[in-house]
Design a protein around this ligand. Sequence first.
Ligand code: HEC
Length: 106
Amino acid sequence: MAFAAAAIVLTATVAAAQNLDAGKSPAKLFADGCATCHRSPRGLAKGRFTLTLSWFLKDHYATSSDSAKALAAYLQSVDEPPPRAAAKPAKKPARSAPPPKPVQSQ
Ligand code: HEC
């Protein structure tokens, strides 16, 4: 346990030396960098995988892959369940009657 804690502290210190965003909680990162445009972190992850999401974030916004990963995990943790889990199967439109056969005058 003590070793694990020391490793975490060490990692955090090293990351802090490289990246100004490190040390901020993902919630703070979101409030600082994302809330201007996205009013809520909810519903952004949209059931995506952490990896896909952190790639997106790294590509579009975050400066380091560390904060991208942290943000991705955060977005997922607050995300709503994927809509397909909650939604009922879509109703099929009622089948319309087959078109009437053209009346052929003889
Ligand atoms: C300047 C405004 C702006 C800021 C700041 C911003 N975003 Fe976005 N974001 C957008 C827009 C516009 C889109 C939709 C266009 C797109 O998908 O590229 C988007 C899309 C997204 C998506 C994909 C959502 C979807 O519907 O597929 C995610 C996830 C996301 N943003 C997360 C973040 C995070 C995390 C931050 C902070 C690091 C952030 N955004 C900061 C404007 C912003």
